[in-house]
Design a binder for this molecule. Structure first.
Ligand SMILES: Cc1cc2nc3c(=O)[nH]c(=O)nc-3n(C[C@H](O)[C@H](O)[C@H](O)COP(=O)(O)OP(=O)(O)OC[C@H]3O[C@@H](n4cnc5c(N)ncnc54)[C@H](O)[C@@H]3O)c2cc1C
Ligand SMILES: *[C@@H]1O[C@H](CO)[C@@H](O)[C@H](O)[C@H]1NC(C)=O
Ligand SMILES: *[C@@H]1O[C@H](CO)[C@@H](O)[C@H](O)[C@H]1NC(C)=O
Ligand SMILES: *[C@@H]1O[C@H](CO)[C@@H](O)[C@H](O)[C@H]1NC(C)=O
Ligand SMILES: *[C@@H]1O[C@H](CO)[C@@H](O)[C@H](O)[C@H]1NC(C)=O
Ligand SMILES: *[C@@H]1O[C@H](CO)[C@@H](O)[C@H](O)[C@H]1NC(C)=O
Ligand SMILES: *[C@@H]1O[C@H](CO)[C@@H](O)[C@H](O)[C@H]1NC(C)=O
Ligand SMILES: *[C@@H]1O[C@H](CO)[C@@H](O)[C@H](O)[C@H]1NC(C)=O
Length: 633
């Protein structure tokens, strides 16, 4: 998460130290049922899963568990179990290891002084769950009810419909009583399960300053403290991290849904280091999946494998639309420009792209800081790092059991700006839905945006839907703020001159909808209120950026345009689950419209963002997807 902005400069040193101390074990691929090569493939499988990431491995695990179906997972990355994957402390080691991620340079962002943004995601067995910040947060009830409401009022895509899948997806381990006492942590296990091999747990220690920082949210009128982070409510709360408490290693899709079954299920094959190019159809039926070694730059080593029942796309929100378009499922004009024969005109594929902007509000430094230790000790204080390491070596407790964070607040727009929320919502409501979408956007995609606009206006007016997330790190410097429901919509399209081998063209279209700027301008006064008008003022907070003298809206705007990053690594929406008349790509059963035997199960099906980070929801959606797929006849 947003940690990187501060960390990348300093971590090199510490990474070396910590890695030395760990002595990670690597493992030969030949020991697993990862197939050594294409010659070991069966000619056909019941299911072929494209992408062995967060959602892909979850679905493949569930489809293979009864032994009735054969499944092949094709993953572009490889098995990686290095310290940068497994290490919990700080929560960002995966992100800064370039062997684990793709890093695509986005289209220049007009709204951001033409800056290009690094588009990052995991490329390894386990996908982005193997590199993410491990924060485990769920959206608000309204988020999931909103998804179902796009299909009318009877959809089981709803809070009530997804809650069983949140329980199935996550094995919750309550915080230790000492931590509960020290910080007043509220939790309620009824929102969680206890069977999954994906774990949600708390560190054994946390930074003392978090107590006053969490309490300070309560000094702002309208901020509540829900009974649990998973209660689907707004407010300030502590939440777990995706850490296995037995080992205090990252818990993610590969150990949780793959390691333990790898030798046991002869019906389950995995082929790593393979990049899927496209899907071939027999008539309208998805049949063959075409792939090449990940390093290939042409088709000379192309191979194909057949799916008897279904091809399941799980390549993530950036690559799933590329594969669909490369397979002839996408906006007709784009396909023609790219020289791809259309199978179905699917205007929604690659539109409706959303992510959550960060670096969108001031950061502050507490100039009176009577707390020790704090977050920065683990980053910069060599004496403290040595102590923390020694403690961790003994019994895997202490500061090194903290990932990237466990608390913060999720704030409704009316609490962010009691003065302007109503006017902002009204102006947004009155917008022509086509006005800020790309020129020539298909009418169904415009209709879909119109439906979202209506629904998002409702969220802007709701006390039960969060607009702003402030996540705390527990240091003398704070200010990590995420904008949860941007109104701008971007695109992910194949490169027209090289659709198969070149990375997709990613355009956030950041700040293209003026409502985003209106909302974001209010994040600055809200953040100043938090630091300067609550109990935190006793710590003599000093504004670092943009600076206390920057108060005119046009000056704050100029600052935002120069620093905002339109992504917190939470891309969604590029193969949206919406009615076809609303530009949807998949239906409520996650089947792609217009063809047979093809589904999408990853983050790209989310029609709009939950008011949270995305991993918790991705796992729940994947659990539901597996049930939907198994129930097809
Ligand atoms: C750096 C980072 C930090 C994050 N921090 C958090 C956090 O703290 N909390 C949170 O809730 N969420 C976080 N997220 C988001 C969360 O991890 C993702 O939303 C989620 O993991 C996405 O799951 P997915 O299944 O959609 O895609 P992924 O898990 O990314 O899986 C896609 C898989 O498909 C593979 N693939 C792609 N193209 C091809 C191809 N052509 N052929 C074969 N395979 C292919 C990829 O290699 C990858 O393994 C973070 C994400 C990142 C990247
Ligand atoms: C991954 O690494 C961890 C920590 O070194 C180790 O305990 C675990 O057994 C490894 N997993 C596999 C599947 O090799
Ligand atoms: C991504 O690439 C850009 C440009 O090369 C680089 O500045 C940035 O540090 C990279 N980010 C990551 C996380 O690798
Ligand atoms: C769903 O129900 C709500 C409230 O009862 C109503 O306002 C809305 O129009 C309904 N939506 C659909 C698509 O039927
Ligand atoms: C797991 O959850 C179930 C259902 O809530 C409960 O009955 C059971 O006692 C729990 N088991 C453990 C070990 O906590
Ligand atoms: C920030 O706060 C810390 C702790 O109080 C202090 O040591 C440091 O000098 C401050 N830095 C700035 C730039 O104000
Ligand atoms: C670094 O940590 C040690 C051990 O906890 C502590 O005694 C010392 O005061 C810290 N140094 C600084 C500069 O904060
Ligand atoms: C598309 O691919 C070509 C050939 O690889 C490359 O030169 C070009 O920069 C790419 N275009 C975009 C917009 O990324």
């Amino acid at each position: 998460m947003a940690l990187t902005k501060f960390l990348i400069g300093t971590v090199g040193l510490i990474l070396l130290r910590i890695c030395d101390a760990y002595n990670p074990t690597t493992r030969s691929i030949s020991h697993s049922t990862i197939l050594p090569g294409t010659h070991d493939l069966l000619p056909e499988y019941d299911y072929v899963v494209i992408g062995g990431g967060t959602s892909g491995l979850t679905v493949a695990d569930r489809l293979t568990e009864n032994g009735k179906y054969s499944v092949l997972v094709l993953e572009r990355g490889v098995f990686q179990n290095t310290t940068s994957v497994t290490l919990v402390a700080g929560g960002f080691w995966g992100l800064i290891d370039p062997t684990l991620t793709f890093n695509i340079s986005s289209a220049p962002q007009e709204g951001l002084n033409n800056r290009r943004i690094s588009v990052i995601g995991g490329i390894l067995l386990g996908g982005s769950s193997g590199v993410n910040g491990m924060q485990v947060v769920r959206g608000q009830k309204e988020d999931y009810d909103r998804w179902g409401a796009y299909f009318g009022n009877k959809s089981d895509w709803s809070w009530d419909g997804l809650l069983p899948y949140f329980r199935k997806a996550w094995n919750f381990h309550p915080p230790r009583p000492e931590l509960v006492d020290q910080f007043g942590i509220k939790y309620d296990s009824q929102y969680w399960g206890n069977t999954s091999h994906i774990h949600a747990s708390f560190p054994t220690f946390s930074w003392p300053v978090l107590e006053i920082e969490m309490a300070a949210f309560g000094d702002i009128p309208g901020v509540k403290y829900p009974s649990d982070s998973g209660a689907g409510e707004t407010g300030a709360y502590w939440h777990p991290a995706s850490v296995d408490p037995a080992t205090v290693l990252r818990s993610f899709a590969r150990p949780g849904h793959w390691d333990e079954v790898e030798h046991k299920r002869s019906n389950y094959h995995t082929l790593t280091g393979q990049k899927v190019l496209n899907i071939k159809f027999q008539g309208r039926r998805a049949r063959d999946v075409v792939f090449v070694p990940a390093s290939a730059t042409d088709r000379s080593r192309a191979y194909s494998v057949r799916a008897k029942k279904e091809v399941i796309l799980a390549a993530g929100s950036i690559h799933t639309p590329q594969i669909l378009q490369a397979s002839g499922i996408g906006p007709e004009k784009l396909l023609r420009d790219a020289g791809i024969a259309p199978v179905v005109d699917a205007p929604g594929v690659g539109s409706n792209f959303q992510d959550q902007p960060f670096t969108v509000a001031p950061s502050f430094n507490f100039s009176s800081f009577p707390y020790h230790p704090d977050f920065y000790d683990l980053l910069l204080n060599q004496t403290f790092i040595a102590e923390a390491q020694a403690q961790f070596d003994i019994d895997r407790t202490g500061p090194m059991s903290i990932a990237s964070g466990n608390c913060g607040s999720w704030i409704p727009l009316q609490v962010v700006t009691p003065r302007l929320w109503s006017a902002i919502a009204k102006r947004y409501e009155e917008q022509d839905p086509a006005a800020y979408l790309p020129k020539g956007t298909h009418k169904t995609v415009v209709a879909g945006y119109k439906a979202q606009q209506k629904a998002l206006v409702k969220s802007m007016r709701s006390k039960d839907s969060a607009a702003l997330n402030f996540f705390l790190r527990g240091g003398y410097e704070e200010g990590s703020i995420v904008y949860l429901h941007p109104t701008s919509r971007g695109t992910v399209h194949v490169n027209r001159t090289d659709p198969f081998f070149s990375p997709p063209v990613v355009d956030y279209r950041a700040l293209s909808n003026p409502t985003d700027l209106e909302v974001l301008l209010e994040f600055t006064p809200f953040t100043r209120k938090y630091f300067l008008e609550t109990r935190l003022k006793s710590l003599d907070p000093i504004e670092l950026a943009p600076g206390a003298d920057v108060t005119a809206p046009e000056d704050i705007e100029a600052w935002l345009r120069s620093v905002m990053v339109p992504s917190s690594f939470h891309p969604i929406g590029t193969a949206a689950m919406l009615p076809q008349s609303l530009g949807g790509v998949v239906d409520q059963n996650l089947l792609v419209y217009g063809v047979e035997g093809l589904s999408v199960v990853d983050a790209s099906i989310m029609p709009d963002l939950p008011g949270s980070y995305t991993q918790q929801t991705v796992y729940a959606v994947a659990e539901k997807a597996a049930d939907l797929i198994k129930s097809r006849r």
